[in-house]
Ligand binder design. Structure first.
Ligand code: ASP
Length: 322
C-alpha cells in the first residue's frame, strides 16, 4: 500500500475510534482509600457518568502519600480517556509539600472540569472529655504533647486543615497518616486517635449518629445541612480568618485527544445537573459546581490560584516530604 493511502487509512481508523469513545470501561482513579470522602464523590459521580457515557465506570483506589501516588499513576497512564483522576485540593497543595513530586500539576494533566466544593469539620473521638469548641480548646492546652491528629497523608485535605489548625492554636500535635480518611475514621471511632478534620461528606453521618464529637466547621459561614447547622465556625470560635473549603476536579493524562476530553467534559456537565447527584451531595454538605470552572481553562486557572494561595501557609509550617 502506498504510504499516503496507508497514513490516510490510519487517520481514518483513529478518528473512528475517537468517535466511538468509550468502547470499554472507563476507570476513575481515586487517590485515597475506599469508603472515604473522595471515594464517595467518585462513586456517586461514577453512577451518573455511567449513564452519560453508556459505559461501565470502574473506581480504582490508589491511596497513599497524600494522594500523590494515585495522581502519579494517572499522569503516567495512556492518554486515551480510559483512565481519569478524581482529586481534591491535594492537587494544589502537593507542589508546595513534595520536593520530588513525580508529576507536574500544570503540565501532565488535561483539566476536565471541577466537580464540587466541600467544607470540613473538626471532629473528635466520642470519649474525648469536651463537648464543644471552648472545652476542646481547654483540653488541647491541658494535653500538649499527647494529642493525636489523624490525616490522609501529607498533602491531603485533612493534612492541610490539621496543619492550619495546629498553627492557629499554636499547639503541635502528633499526626497519624492513613491512606485516606475512611481508615482514619475507623480508628477515630475506635478511640485510637483523638482528632480529625475531614470533609462533611465523610463526617455528617457519624455526627448525626452521635458516634463522634463535632466541634466546628472550617468555613467562614455556618452550614445549612441540618445535622451540621448548629456547629460554630472556627473563625467565630476565635481562630479569626480560618477558612478551608475543599474542592474536587476531574483530570485526564496530558495528550488525551480533544474529542475525548470534550466527551468527558459534556458527560461531567450533564452529571452535575443530575437531580439525584445534587441531592446526595447536598445531604452531605457538598455543593455541586455550576460556574465557569466546569470548563478546562477556568478549572486550570482555579487550581493555579489555589497553588499560589496555599503555598505560603504550607511553607511557613515547614513541612516537606521527598
Ligand atoms: N478526606 C481525605 C483527605 O484528607 C481524603 C479521602 O480519604 O478522601 O483529603
Amino acid at each position: 500500500m502506498k504510504p499516503l493511502i496507508c497514513a490516510a487509512l490510519m487517520i481514518g481508523t483513529a478518528a473512528a475510534a475517537l468517535a466511538d469513545y468509550p468502547e470499554k470501561p472507563v476507570t476513575i482513579v481515586v487517590p485515597f482509600a475506599a469508603g472515604g470522602p473522595t471515594d464517595k464523590v467518585a462513586r456517586d459521580l461514577g453512577d451518573v457518568l455511567r449513564k452519560q457515557l453508556n459505559q461501565t465506570v470502574i473506581i480504582e483506589n490508589v491511596g497513599g502519600a497524600g494522594g500523590t501516588l494515585g495522581a502519579a499513576k494517572v499522569a503516567k497512564a495512556s492518554p486515551d480517556g480510559y483512565t481519569v483522576l478524581l482529586h481534591h485540593i491535594g492537587m494544589a497543595t502537593a507542589p508546595a509539600l513534595y520536593r520530588k513530586l513525580p508529576y507536574s500539576v500544570q503540565n501532565d494533566f488535561e483539566y476536565l472540569g471541577m466537580v464540587n466544593e466541600v467544607p470540613m469539620t473538626l471532629i473528635g473521638r466520642s470519649t474525648l472529655p469536651a463537648s464543644n469548641y471552648a472545652e476542646l480548646r481547654k483540653w488541647i492546652d491541658a494535653n500538649k504533647g499527647r494529642i493525636n491528629l489523624a490525616n490522609a497523608g501529607l498533602g491531603a485535605a485533612s493534612h492541610l486543615c490539621g496543619l492550619l489548625f495546629q498553627q492557629a492554636v499554636a499547639v503541635d500535635m502528633t499526626t497519624v497518616p492513613y491512606k485516606g480518611t475512611a481508615p482514619a475514621m475507623t480508628d477515630l471511632l475506635g478511640g485510637q486517635v483523638d482528632l480529625l478534620c475531614d470533609q462533611t461528606t465523610n463526617t455528617t453521618q457519624q455526627i448525626e449518629a452521635g458516634k463522634v464529637k463535632a466541634f466546628a466547621v472550617s468555613t467562614l459561614q455556618r452550614l445549612k445541612t441540618p445535622a451540621l447547622a448548629k456547629l460554630p465556625t472556627l473563625d467565630e470560635s476565635g481562630l479569626k480568618g480560618f477558612n478551608v473549603s475543599i474542592w474536587h476536579g476531574l483530570y485526564a493524562p496530558k495528550g488525551t485527544p480533544k474529542p475525548v476530553i470534550d466527551k468527558l467534559n459534556a458527560a461531567l456537565r450533564a452529571a452535575l445537573k443530575d437531580p439525584e447527584f445534587i441531592k446526595r451531595e447536598a445531604a452531605l454538605g457538598a455543593v455541586v459546581v455550576t460556574d465557569s470552572r466546569l470548563g478546562s481553562a477556568e478549572h486550570k486557572k482555579f487550581v493555579e490560584a489555589e497553588i499560589a494561595k496555599w503555598a505560603p501557609a504550607i511553607k511557613a509550617a515547614g513541612q516537606y516530604a521527598d
